[in-house]
Design a binder for this molecule. Sequence first.
Ligand SMILES: Cc1cc2nc3c(=O)[nH]c(=O)nc-3n(C[C@H](O)[C@H](O)[C@H](O)COP(=O)(O)OP(=O)(O)OC[C@H]3O[C@@H](n4cnc5c(N)ncnc54)[C@H](O)[C@@H]3O)c2cc1C
Length: 598
Amino acid sequence: MNGNRGTGSGPRLYAPAPGWTLTSDVVVVGSGVAGLTVALRCAAAGAKVTVVTKAQLDDGSTRWAQGGIAAALGEGDTPEQHLADTLVAGAGLCDEPAVRTLVTEGPGAVRRLITTGAHFDADEDSGEILLGREGGHHRNRIVHAGGDATGAEVSRALIEAVRAAEIEFVENALVLDLLTDAEGRAAGVTLHVMGEGRRDGVGAVRARAVVLATGGMGQVFSATTNPHVSTGDGVALALRAGAEVSDLEFVQFHPTVLWLGPDAEGQQPLVSEAVRGEGAHLVDADGVRFMVGQHELAELAPRDIVAKAITRRMQETGTEHMFLDGRHFGAAMWERRFPTILAACRAHGIDPVTQPIPVAPAAHYASGGVRADLRGRTTVPGLYACGEVACTGVHGANRLASNSLLEGLVFAERIAADIAAEPAVPGEPVIPEPAPAPLLASEARYEVQRIMTAGAGVLRSAESLATAAGALERLRTASVEAYDRDGKTAEPCVETWEATNLALVARVLVAAARRREETRGCHWREDRPDRDDQAWRRHLVVRLTPHRTLEVRTTPAADFPPTRGGDRDTAPIVDDGAAPHGPAPDRIASHAVPKESL
Ligand SMILES: Cc1cc2nc3c(=O)[nH]c(=O)nc-3n(C[C@H](O)[C@H](O)[C@H](O)COP(=O)(O)OP(=O)(O)OC[C@H]3O[C@@H](n4cnc5c(N)ncnc54)[C@H](O)[C@@H]3O)c2cc1C
């Protein structure tokens, strides 16, 4: 295979030239809570909307969400208290205005979701919505549906509404790259559709606004709660388009994921925090409740604390998992409150009614992502990011449980309002420039996952991260050398595009994790066990330059978008596998990657 015909001037995925074009006002990439809410609100404002999505409409993390949606709806609860809990979980890196926006607009957004058609669990007599409690929340404020099937209900309601509205959707459509005009404004996307007839193969959707709602990147790791589609495509696309990306080092590992054995790979069943919220205990093999005395909230401490405690206990006892004991709930409560989890456990031979559930941490949520302001705008004009792909600053160094569905709802509405108010129309997309970036073979996906799990998982150190950086670099070099030698790259297809995206995201994540020489939130450096507010109460912001070097800067403090201050290191960076240099309060010493073809 020879000769990439990408689009625009920056790095692009290797792909055939677009063979068909579709035009819309707004193109939304992804059909989870974020994408579908943006689509519905934009359509309601009169825009012509096209939703393109990689698999079926309901594929994505949204439908897997169990616990629910956090919102200060209960008696005595206030947005201020929700704000306080969120800031604590975010470990000093939340953007307070963003969190304030989330918690004050959250209750209204949930009510509008109900108006859209979602049914949440309510008291049979009073009709009042039932509110659960999860880790890090000091109040009962989690709206849930079907007991532990909240995401499925949210997804169902939104899909039904999208089908009823005049919204075009294209399934099995993997978006490749952003189209931009001569001024650098987003003008649409290129995509590959596995369809039949007119819209088959690589094409383009032209639009005046592009909304990335591609979800998370859990598939960067071997064990994750995220579905197969969560390959970080949106972050990779944004990087190639020159948008700023922030906080990628903060990957939340869910503490209680059903442990399926040492060789289990891919998506693993989650045992929701709500199970601990209802009173299940974390115990070791001897039945000792090891969370008691470690945190005032014991099992309901924020996720990073629980994940670290489990991992520590696993190390101390030389075991591969701990146990979650909810036997005292009894069969009736398991069946009523947690039917999905009960079924998933039983499908794997564990009966939570009579047995403690074996659990271990797994990659769950990307707190970082494409840097977006309070209106969801990225640093590329016309390009928006919403939901898990975005980094609005609401999660800081660690997401508070059940704040992510809420973020998708609240910021989707804000994006729709901004698009409606934004008159700018892009010019013609820039004439395609050949920009060959050889694709990785599809098997590289598993290699990336193994590298990341070993070197950049729950436990990180300078050494483990350096090893990961070296291994990822060798993976890239091999494909570049093969391409330079005989002009060949892996065949462009979904698997190779995804593998290439995963590798890019993994490299940037590792680069950020190496630089952050402290332990904070869900970033746990064994060699730097303390939080260092003096040097590191700031965000790491990265951008891929058109020359494929990684530009890294830090924000002046924890303040988040839209400030543009901070220090910047624009020198090309060389990944020599050496340990990163020590922290400088305002300036990050750089390293990494000659001939960077990220
Ligand atoms: C098991 C589990 C349980 C969870 N429980 C909760 C919970 O109780 N409460 C809570 O608040 N959060 C929870 N979360 C997190 C929450 O579900 C997600 O953060 C949220 O659903 C993300 O929504 P989204 O719309 O941003 O992305 P998603 O729902 O993941 O949707 C992403 C969409 O983008 C599409 N896509 C991806 N790449 C491309 C591409 N290249 N081209 C085209 N389309 C693409 C996907 O196919 C998908 O349609 C949970 C997550 C998991 C995995």
